[in-house]
Design a protein around this ligand. Structure first.
Ligand SMILES: Cc1ncc(COP(=O)(O)O)c(C=O)c1O
Length: 368
């Protein structure tokens, strides 16, 4: 009897935790599917039609780490950006009072937010759009890094400004100092949500937990992916306040595998490792060292070396592909982006010795 009572209490605790820190886009049956160790082989994926034991703890830990009141658990990055767009539009229509179907989102030239129809629809890269139209309306492109352009583009129907703090796929494009700060002020003055896509820049990559911390701001909506599960499996999330995420009701959005027990367990472990192993400080320290050493490489083809944390771009005057191929032969996997940029984004577990090893090879290839 006592055991049964304890089980029921634990079940209720889990359901309460999930309700407190998770978006109410589902209305699950009040049963908790436990992923205890001996059951892990059986319950790795369970649908959100039911509760699972991992999700409430994951949501609470995400809240404790980030300070955001609630999160919506999803799988891929693009899926999380799509969800954020829906949330921003619904907030615009239901809370801000924008006439139905008129909500606009401002986005930036050179953006990369994923590959769904809506997202490629507002890409400024012709090759991402070619052959895939027609695209949804309601997105306005402005130059990246220009706060005045943002101010001028806002209309009474603008619900959100969606932006990467540093454009990753665009070539690790770092905006001028103060840009994000100014953008946050402009959004606040105009009752526009600042939606930051930190799928690539977040979780320690730039030497802070989130890239926005470099400018002492907090976005209204934060999108995470990639490193959220330590690269082990696809896990993404949209984080925001209770007021914003409260617009989402059961049935408004869904994802069968979003928040599944295995994903939540892995993400919990990844977040723990990030903090306990001081990955963020390491990224700041080792990133500065790596950048300095790459900057010392001499090659007439190098136009610029830039970076933040463990995220470095080598921009060339010519094509990057031959260098990436030569680097592969040396054991370094660095993919070119936009033809002329070599992007270096090592795992945050990299050591100083491994950086020295990599610099030796980068020097050999680039100085050849
Ligand atoms: C900033 C940013 N947003 C969104 C995405 C899309 O994520 P995914 O490929 O997981 O859908 C990416 C992927 O590179 C990204 O860098």
């Amino acid at each position: 009897m006592q055991q049964l009572y304890e089980k029921l209490t634990y079940t209720q605790e889990l359901i309460d935790l999930e309700n407190e820190f998770g978006v109410h886009n589902y209305h699950p049956l009040e049963v908790v599917l436990l992923a205890l160790q001996e059951q892990a082989a059986k319950i790795t994926l369970s649908s959100r039609a039911f509760h699972n034991e991992q999700l409430p703890h994951y949501l609470k830990e995400l809240h404790d780490l980030t300070g955001f009141e609630m999160a919506m658990p999803l799988n891929s990055g693009t899926e999380a950006v799509e969800a954020a767009i829906k949330i921003a539009r619904k907030w615009g229509h239901k809370i801000k009072g924008i006439p139905e179907g008129k909500a606009e989102i401002i986005v930036c030239d050179g953006n990369f937010h994923g590959r769904t129809i809506a997202i490629v629809g507002f890409s400024s890269s012709a090759e991402y759009r070619d052959g895939f139209g027609p695209f949804p309306a309601g997105f306005n492109l402005i130059p990246f890094g220009d706060a005045e352009a943002l101010r001028n583009a806002i209309t009474p129907n603008t619900c959100a400004f969606l932006v990467e703090p540093i454009q990753g796929e665009g070539g690790i494009i770092i905006p001028p100092d103060g840009y994000l700060h100014a953008a946050a002020e402009i959004c606040k003055q105009n009752n526009v949500l600042l939606v930051l896509d930190e799928i690539q820049s977040g979780l320690g990559r730039t030497g802070k937990l989130f890239c926005y911390e470099h400018e002492n701001i907090t976005p209204d909506v934060l999108i995470l992916g990639k490193a959220l599960a330590g690269g082990f499996m696809p896990v993404s999330a949209v984080l925001a306040s209770r007021e914003i995420l409260g617009v989402i009701q059961p049935g408004d959005h869904g994802s069968t595998f979003g928040g599944n027990p295995l994903a939540c367990a892995v993400a919990r472990a990844a977040l723990r490792v990030l903090v306990e192993e001081k990955m963020i400080d390491r990224a700041a320290e080792l990133g500065a060292y790596f950048l300095e050493r790459v900057r010392a490489i001499r090659n007439r083809d190098i136009k610029e070396v830039r970076g933040k944390g463990l995220w470095i771009a080598i921009e060339l005057n010519g094509m990057a592909r031959p260098y990436c191929e030569a680097l592969k032969e040396q054991g370094i996997l660095a993919k070119e982006t936009h033809d002329h940029i070599i992007r270096i984004a090592p795992p945050l577990t990299i050591t100083r010795d491994e950086i020295d090893w990599a610099v030796q090879r980068l020097t050999k290839v680039l100085e050849a």
